[in-house]
Design a protein around this ligand. Structure first.
Ligand SMILES: *Cc1c(COP(=O)(O)O)cnc(C)c1O
Length: 405
């Protein structure tokens, strides 16, 4: 998954370009910056690499989602349908624009269940936000059909699936807008950063202003800019963009290593008939940043996790079901509507209702799922050792279960 594993001279060179001029801001200072425009250069590279018309960088992936929602006119009281399994940033962004997160079940794709989305549509629904978790994608054809039928916005949270594709198109470029995160643990990192991608000039123009206090960027200097609407500061700095520029040039290397290591590790787990794998709507498009696999029951999965911990090989294996950041079961702050400042009544009521909402279908999937993060640095020898140890743990747990049955 993480590009930080292959950080080096290329990143230092790009950052040094910026340090030499001392112009750390992406706008203005045309003379002293001596032609160095890292944020602009990275935006251009993003449109070329991922095949979209427009890209606008932000200070984080969360800021990218917030910006995209504002630019797509999602606001007070609008309902955004999103999955029960995602990073907390997804609902934070929804709440930040005054909208209401409507959480629904995931299926064995580990992403939005199209049937659950359909069932959740009301007269207030404005947007469907699939989250392409752990490197791979939602069933985008099914979701697109639902959105077209009901005239809804499709916003892709592709923060975790940089480099993944669906039927030949980059994840994040298929909906009305899509976002990546470039935080420290993502496939490409800027340290902190994010991007909104879109094929709509209007959406891009709104993102451009929203992330910079509403500036229209039409003035000859910043002081002469007009403010057609109220914005915020979600700007990326030139230093962060410089790191991303070096990283995006390495993306093909990251992806080919991920795919190779993922496949090699999977071959070990495939020898165990009781182990099954995440359903991937387009196998060829899996970015392979994680290998996500299932055991037949929750009890067996918990036993495997316990045994991996016991043997000191748990690092890099995620049991999201019991994880504080990624699954509804542990989001007490969301279910209790614990905020520092007052929410709107509509938001507050919707959140408090989550406590009584059943996510049994998601539980049935997530309680049996383990995701193994794929390192770019693994050697063949290390993959072999890892694979053999994981197989031994799983076999031991399966055998114990049979003996005790
Ligand atoms: C990382 C992440 C984000 C937010 O990114 P930040 O850059 O950390 O703000 C949003 N959604 C998902 C699914 C993520 O994994």
């Amino acid at each position: 998954m993480p590009g930080f594993e292959l950080f080096g001279a290329e990143e230092r060179k790009e950052v040094n370009d910026v340090l030499e001029t001392g112009i750390l801001m992406r706008y203005g200072f045309d003379g002293p910056r001596k032609g160095i425009w890292k944020a602009q250069e990275l935006e251009k590279a993003i449109t070329e690499v991922f095949g979209c018309q427009y890209a606008h960088l932000t200070s984080s992936g969360t800021a990218a989602l917030t910006t995209a929602m504002a630019a797509l006119n999602i606001g007070a009281g609008d309902e955004v349908i999103m999955p029960s399994f995602t990073f907390v940033a997804s609902f934070e962004a929804v709440l930040s624009v005054g909208a209401v997160p409507v959480l629904v079940d995931v299926d064995e794709t580990l992403t939005l269940s199209p049937a659950a989305v359909k069932a959740a549509i009301t007269s207030k629904t404005k947007c469907v936000m699939p989250v392409h978790m752990c490197g791979s994608m939602a069933d985008l054809d099914a979701l697109k059909t639902i959105c077209t039928e009901h005239n809804l916005i499709l916003l892709e949270d592709a923060c975790q699936s940089i480099g993944g594709t669906y039927k030949g198109k980059a994840l994040g470029t298929i909906g009305h807008a899509g976002t990546f995160s470039f935080d420290f643990v993502k496939t490409i990192t800027c340290g902190e950063g994010g991007v909104v991608m879109t094929n709509s000039e209007e959406v891009w123009t709104k993102c451009d202003g929203y992330t910079d206090h509403g500036h229209d960027h039409k003035g000859v200097d910043r002081g002469a800019d007009l403010h057609p609407f109220i914005g915020y500061n979600f700007r990326i700095s030139e230093l962060h963009a410089a790191v991303g520029l070096a990283q995006i040039r390495k993306l093909d290397t990251f992806l080919s290593l991920q795919r190779k290591h993922n496949k090699a590790l999977r071959a070990y787990l495939e020898t165990i008939p009781e182990v099954s794998f995440r359903k991937v709507p387009d196998e060829a498009g899996d970015s392979c940043s994680f290998l996500s696999w299932f055991l037949p029951t929750e009890a067996l999965t918990k036993a495997v996790i316990a045994e991996m911990k016991e043997q000191g090989i748990l690092a890099g294996n995620f049991y999201w079901y019991a994880n504080n950041w990624h699954y509804i079961s542990k989001w007490d702050h969301l279910k209790n509507a614990t905020t520092l400042n007052k929410l709107s009544d509509v938001q507050q009521n919707a959140l408090l209702k989550l406590k009584e909402t059943s996510f049994a279908a998601s539980d049935a999937v997530m309680s049996r799922c383990i995701s193994t993060a794929i390192s770019l640095l693994w050697t063949e020898e290390q993959i072999k050792e890892k694979g053999e140890k994981m197989v031994a743990v799983i076999k031991k747990v399966l055998t114990n279960a049979t003996v005790n049955a």
